[in-house]
Design a protein around this ligand. Structure first.
Ligand code: KG4
Length: 332
């Protein structure tokens, strides 16, 4: 029997709806990016984001169902991100999912956005879903490493004490007058660097440290630009990117080796970065490196619907009292 699920994602600045079959096969994956609405602010404005979600979500759902060739009556479950994220944005997706669950009398599954990002690596049968693995989550809102032991069972073993890595890419881009979001622009510009000098020191070098930090390098970049106003932008972003990514790679392998785990999954918007993927592969000594295709690294509904399939099979449903949460406090 086939299980068909609709997944909604609205935790930040992407509204997304996706129909997934049996937790893996993507029948449709519709994403409305709000980037153009937030560009002039160089970051996401929560109130603008939630209003924009509200305007487009119903249309996106209709499109996702039509593209998948299914109707509401074919759905076995409805899933939505309920944590973590911007509260006003999360509410739009979750309340829509509740209404669909109530109207169709189908199970509601509230999904942890972070777990879903990592799950994206297993969509479309690209990889066999096996545990445990070390999960690196690197995006605009999160930088953390998890030991993922099973569905709904992930332990946070390291995280940022200040900025997320994607946020640092965005802020450095802003100081340099580059476009938002900064990650893809910096990755491209860094390729033009010729001298490739390490202009900034390594981040948090003390042995045994499990933390991430990106506010120091951000300040170092700003100070460097102020002191060297005519410095070449490509050289600056090259050095910044090397240092920012090097910390991710160093931490991930330290955790994996300490815990004797040979599988590493890198996910979240920053995992779309080709240089990060190359550095992870180069550092591997027997570890298997898994990452979703770049298009599934950013926020999407397929990862929500796909992960929810496993909760559906375990009959772990939520009722209409489930609420949104800006942060994830417990393990699941
Ligand atoms: O996962 P995501 O779409 O949204 C959340 O933050 O939840 O990640 C967006 C972040 C932005 O900060 C963006 O600059 C960064 O991911 N990003 C990248 C790249 N593509 C997106 N950072 C570095 N290199 C990239 N190629």
């Amino acid at each position: 029997m086939n299980v068909i699920g609709l997944g909604l994602e609205s935790s930040c600045d992407e509204t997304a709806a996706s129909v997934v079959k049996n937790g893996s096969e993507i029948l449709s994956n519709i994403i409305f990016s709000q980037v153009s609405l937030h560009r002039e602010y160089s970051g996401v404005v929560p109130e603008i984001a939630s209003r924009a979600h509200l305007e487009v979500i119903n249309g996106l759902i209709d499109t996702a169902l039509a593209k998948a060739g299914v109707s509401f009556n074919d759905l076995n479950y409805i899933a939505a991100t309920n944590r973590p994220g911007l509260v006003g944005s999360l509410l739009v997706g979750l309340q829509t999912a509740k209404a669909i669950s109530f109207a169709l009398d189908i199970p509601l599954i509230a999904v942890n956005h972070l777990e879903a990002h990592l799950y994206a690596a297993f969509l479309e049968g690209r990889q066999e879903l096996r545990f445990p693995y070390i999960g690196l989550l690197a995006s605009g809102g999160n930088t953390a490493v998890y030991e993922v032991k099973g569905i709904g069972d992930m332990e946070c073993i390291g995280k940022t004490i200040d900025d997320a890595v994607g946020e640092a890419f965005d802020k450095v881009a802003k100081y340099l007058g580059l476009e938002y979001p900064g990650g893809p622009v910096i990755e491209k510009l860094a390729l033009d660097a010729v001298k490739k000098e390490m202009l900034f020191p390594k981040i948090l070098t003390a042995g045994g440290d499990t933390r991430f930090s990106y506010s120091g390098i951000k300040t170092a970049v700003v100070n460097y630009i102020n002191a060297n106003p005519s410095a070449d932008k490509a050289e600056i972003v090259y050095a910044f990117q090397e240092r920012a990514l090097e910390l991710l790679v160093r931490r991930v392998f330290a955790f994996a080796r300490k815990r004797g785990i040979k599988r590493i999954v890198a996910a979240g918007g920053v995992a779309a970065n080709g240089r990060l993927r190359a550095l992870l592969s180069a550092a591997a000594a027997g570890e298997e490196i898994i990452a979703p295709p770049p298009a599934l690294c950013a926020d999407n509904g397929a990862m929500i619907s796909g992960l929810a399939f496993h909760y559906y099979m375990r009959k772990e449903f939520d009722d209409l009292s489930v609420d949104v949460r800006s942060r994830v406090l417990e393990r699941r």
